[in-house]
Design a protein around this ligand. Structure first.
Ligand code: A2R
Length: 307
């Protein structure tokens, strides 16, 4: 059986299917020259030195849509197919974005604590919250997930605007400048890939443009937002609120961010439901098994689509 290197954890369902077709190796027990396939995830990816040492590598199958932790261009140059799991998580990540927006506007965490603490009985009704309807919502990255977010927000009657590098064939207003878009928005939702081209593009200037009544939502990668600048902006009120599923150095979340009341924080669970993780796991394995069968893969990353 061909030799598969496992990086990070895999589910039981994935293991059962993979064990039938591969000899699975862990990082502390493998011969680099024998490994032809790798299974990994968006967080761990493949370390460049490790990739260089796998001289017979043919496929890297990533569990997740983001693959910024894999050097796809280096893989392409060596004829290695990199795959990911697009589409199957669009709806779940979009649900997470909407959930964060509503939780923030309607102060769900504060009001839940208000009931549990006995404050409702002791002090009377909770303070009013902001309404989430009729807001101008800027989507940074209007791709598969960004569009799903726009669709899922429709019942709240938003005005959707967006920023990407190239204008899309959609009816929403396009901004070629992120700061200008943030200036015009109540909410900015980040859903671009990570990597060098988006590194800290949500900087102090963008957050200041979003302003004291603005809400920043990040369901993409922690690297997209300048985290230190965000802590400063939230602390001094130049940015109103932040709702974050992703962080610069996961699972470390700066204490300053955890102490701020104007944040909603999640442990990178954008796609984290039983159903969606099962679909992602199935596609991750499908890519590997299909390659064994006929040399093709089901969902190559764009950089490797021509291989
Ligand atoms: O820039 P464009 O025209 O290539 O549009 C893409 C946009 N995007 C960017 N926008 C602004 N500045 C950039 N430097 C930049 N780079 C990419 O992000 C496109 O509209 C969007 C990505 O869409 P998809 O490739 O369809 O990705 P998907 O499936 O929506 O997932 C987005 C990310 C993943 O890479 C994970 O990091 C995360 O969501 O879970």
């Amino acid at each position: 059986m061909p030799d598969l290197l496992q990086i990070g954890s895999i589910t039981d369902a994935m293991r059962t299917r993979l064990e039938a077709a591969f000899t699975i190796h862990q990082l502390d027990d493998f011969d680099p020259a024998k490994i032809t396939h790798v299974v990994t995830n968006g967080h761990d990816g493949v370390n460049p030195d490790l990739m260089a040492s796998l001289s017979n590598l043919q496929v890297i199958s990533g569990y997740g849509v983001g693959y910024d932790a894999i050097d796809a261009n280096a893989a392409f140059a060596r004829g290695i197919k990199v795959t990911h799991t697009p589409n199957v998580l669009n709806q779940e990540v979009a649900t997470t974005a909407v959930l964060l927006l509503l939780a923030c506007y309607r102060e769900i965490l504060r009001d839940d604590a208000y009931v549990r603490s006995g404050d409702w009985e002791a002090k009377g009704g909770a303070p009013l919250t902001r309404g989430a309807d009729n807001q101008t919502i800027g989507i940074l990255g209007l791709g598969r997930i960004g569009q799903a977010i726009a669709d899922k927000l429709a019942p709240w009657n938003p005005t959707i605007v967006y920023h990407t590098r190239s204008k899309k064939d959609v009816d929403y207003k396009y901004y070629d400048n992120l700061t200008a878009m943030a200036h015009d928005c109540d909410v900015l939702i980040c859903i671009t890939p990570g990597g060098p081209s988006t590194n800290k593009i949500v900087n102090a200037e963008v957050m200041q443009a979003l302003g004291p009544n603005g809400t920043l939502i990040n369901v993409s990668r922690g690297s997209v937002v300048d985290e230190a600048a965000m802590v400063d902006a939230l602390s001094c009120g130049t940015l109103g609120w932040a709702c974050l599923d992703v962080f610069e150095d996961e699972p470390h979340v700066p204490q300053a961010l955890r102490d701020l009341p104007n944040t909603v924080l999640l442990p990178h669970v954008g796609s984290g439901t039983v159903e969606t993780r099962a679909a992602m796991g199935a596609l991750t394995v499908d890519n590997l098994l299909q390659h064994l069968k006929d040399g093709t893969v089901a969902s190559a990353v764009p950089e490797c689509a021509m291989l």
